[in-house]
Write a protein that binds this ligand. Structure first.
Ligand SMILES: [Zn+2]
Length: 297
């Protein structure tokens, strides 16, 4: 049932209904720039959603085992990831649920101190589309303030948890005057978000499940969802996505999670991917905020 027309089935909707639904947060003009900084061939936006313990917390799941899996992200994965990025001199964007940041404030300060970006990623990984508008707004504002206080860095971008951008999210992002969102998927390259046809000035840096580690590696114990794809296969997909971005002089945006990719068998795939990108050459490795600012110029 639609929020627009609760009494009608989609096949009964008048034209204005489906036009209004698709008009929310719609892709406007492409913001793929004519050139990247210093004549780079493509932009590489590496990001980590540092969810840590918030996934079971969000699910009202007090299982110490599942919370320990999230804790692994902070305890083992983050030091490995920060070491790799420092060795390769690559800046990245880290999106934190505010609760994960409150649980690991020293980590957040270390990430910011290394020159990486801190971005908004919900309060406790809540599902925005299940929230009343006012609750989503209040949690998003509180998350921004919490991250700013801990990191000393004012967040300018948001990635909704699970990319769960609700029918109210764009209004909240506009009210907060954020530079960009990274949750919607209408393009490979940056674009401007339209609000019912009206240009908003907000940059969308589109992610995709294809370029997300979770879909290949996550496992649900009591469901059929047990992919555990070999890292070599994931590397093949990510590499092909990067090669396509390089060919088209576009953006390659990758989303990973410390507790998923930070394992001994998996982080080397990122290392090999970075080696491939550097060997190919002409990559502008930048934070999401840097890329959004360049595209908006
Ligand atoms: Zn997340």
């Amino acid at each position: 049932m639609s929020a627009e027309h609760p009494a009608l089935e989609p096949w009964q909707w008048p034209e204005e209904t489906w036009r209004k639904i698709v008009g929310r947060a719609r892709a406007g003009r492409s913001l793929k720039p004519a050139a990247w900084p210093n004549g780079a061939r493509c932009a590489v936006a590496i990001s980590f959603d540092a969810d840590h313990e918030t996934i079971p917390l969000r699910d009202n799941d007090e299982s110490p085992m599942r919370i320990s899996q999230g804790h692994y992200g902070a305890r083992q994965a983050m030091p490995r990831i920060l070491k790799l990025l420092a060795r390769e001199s690559i800046p990245a964007s880290f999106f934190y649920p505010a609760v994960a940041a409150l649980l690991h404030p020293d980590e957040v300060r270390a990430v910011a101190g290394d020159g990486h970006e801190i971005g908004i990623h919900s309060w406790i990984h809540e599902v925005n589309t299940a929230l009343p508008r006012e609750a989503e707004r209040e949690l998003t504002l509180r998350s921004r303030d919490t991250l700013a206080k801990i990191s000393g860095q004012e967040p300018v971008g948001i990635r909704t948890a699970s990319w769960d951008f609700s029918v109210n999210t764009l209004d909240i992002v506009r009210e907060m005057n954020l530079l960009y969102d990274s949750s919607l998927m209408a393009d490979d390259d940056p674009y401007e978000l339209l609000d019912q046809g009206e240009p908003t000035g907000i940059v969308e840096l589109p992610p995709e499940w294809i370029r997300d580690d979770a879909v290949y590696f996550n496992m649900l114990r009591f469901s059929g969802l047990r992919p555990y794809t070999p890292p070599s296969a994931v590397e093949e997909i990510f590499t092909a996505e990067f090669d396509g971005a390089w060919e088209e002089s576009g953006m390659f945006l990758l989303t990973m999670h410390p507790h998923i990719t930070g394992h001994r068998s998996r982080l080397p795939l990122l290392e090999r991917l970075i080696a491939h990108m550097k060997a190919k050459g002409g990559c502008w490795f930048a934070t999401h905020a840097q890329i959004a600012a360049w595209c908006k110029r």
